[in-house]
Design a protein around this ligand. Structure first.
Ligand SMILES: C[S@@+](CC[C@H](N)C(=O)[O-])C[C@H]1O[C@@H](n2cnc3c(N)ncnc32)[C@H](O)[C@@H]1O
Length: 242
């Protein structure tokens, strides 16, 4: 019953003309995931590194780093989201992750990719391109409960209900194993799964019990994971060395 009420309230907020990112669900999701991330990192290690936020929506995950003094550039595949970010003074540009190249990540040390990998048609292309330049990838995604290396494609919502969904209407639901393998192949040799109950919110669950049945939604919540991926070879040099 509570989840039906939550959904009705969410749809009501959209129908009232609010951006999906201004809904209470998003606020809850942003806070929970950021709390989990900051519970697991020593931010001081990254002082001076430049951040590229991808699939940013309105850039609120990136804002947490802006407030901490980081130089953050936010991107999204949808021009209307990029316009809103620029309007409030963020460095922002349009970047479609389904057609990215390694050069798109040049000049950035940390890639912040929350809530976007599973909206991609070609998640491996994104991971490979980003691995060419980034030292650190902060990754959070919906996943499927399996160990399969094949990445299943799914159709996603379009139109007024699809403003935070796949840009090309096709996303994917990779297993954690497939994601970790793709990150390794991309050159990230230190991969830490930092999923914990701190990140849970009413629609997303990080501390789920593996059953290996391939589902990506359970008890009306999306199954999710969060990782910090690093390239040890690049982490030894400081920003001043570049
Ligand atoms: C679920 S929202 C995540 C927003 C924010 N990063 C967060 O975690 O709260 C997904 C975002 O990814 C964007 N997106 C979807 N497909 C994309 C693509 N191919 N390239 C870049 N951005 C994309 C959407 O426009 C949307 O803003």
């Amino acid at each position: 019953m509570r989840c039906v009420l939550r959904r009705v309230r969410y749809l009501g907020q959209l129908l009232a003309g609010r951006s999906v990112f201004d809904s209470t669900l998003y606020r809850e999701a942003e806070l929970a995931r950021l709390a989990n991330l900051f519970a697991h990192v020593d931010i001081d290690r990254w002082t001076g590194l430049r951040i590229l936020e991808v699939g940013a929506g309105l850039g609120r995950i990136g804002d947490a780093f802006r407030y901490l003094g980081f130089d953050v550039t936010s991107t999204d595949g949808r021009p209307e989201h990029v316009d809103r970010m620029r309007y409030r003074g963020c460095n922002a540009f349009i970047l479609d992750l389904d057609s990215v190249h390694a050069e798109d990540f040049a000049g950035y040390d940390i890639v912040l990719a929350f809530g976007v990998l599973y909206h991609l048609r070609e998640p491996e292309r994104f991971l490979t391109s980003c691995g060419e330049n980034a030292r650190v990838l902060l990754l959070e995604s919906c996943v499927s409960d399996s160990t399969q290396l094949d990445i299943p494609k799914v159709k996603e919502k379009t139109g007024w209900r699809g403003q935070d969904q796949a840009l090309h209407a096709v996303g994917c639901r990779p297993s954690p194993t497939a994601i970790e393998r793709a990150c390794k192949n991309a050159g990230f040799d230190v991969i830490r799964d930092i999923s914990s109950p701190i990140a849970n919110w009413s629609q997303g669950r990080f501390d789920w019990e593996p059953r290996g049945n391939g589902e990506w939604r359970r008890e009306d919540m999306n199954l999710r994971r969060m990782w910090i991926c690093e390239r040890s070879s690049k982490l030894t040099s400081s920003p001043r060395d570049r």
